[in-house]
Design a protein around this ligand. Structure first.
Ligand code: SF4
Length: 65
């Protein structure tokens, strides 16, 4: 499946892709069919700027500081 259009620029991906902590979320959201439900995308669309890098695609807060 096609990756999310924001993948290359997404702060969550930059922060977490190589940690292995959220591979499941990355598969389901960023590379999968839930990308349209991503809370980061929604935030960006509504506010016009990116959320904190620590916000996960499901809207929860990531483990790293
Ligand atoms: S976290 Fe959301 S905005 Fe970022 S790449 Fe994944 S689906 Fe796209």
């Amino acid at each position: 499946m096609k990756k999310c259009s924001r993948f290359k620029h997404c702060g969550f991906i930059k922060k977490y892709e190589n940690t292995g902590l959220y591979n499941d979320l990355i598969e389901i959201y960023c590379k999968g069919k839930k990308k349209k439900e991503c809370k980061r995308r929604k935030f960006n669309k509504e506010k016009g700027y990116s959320p904190n890098d620590n916000m996960l695609p499901n809207g929860k807060t990531g483990k790293l500081k």
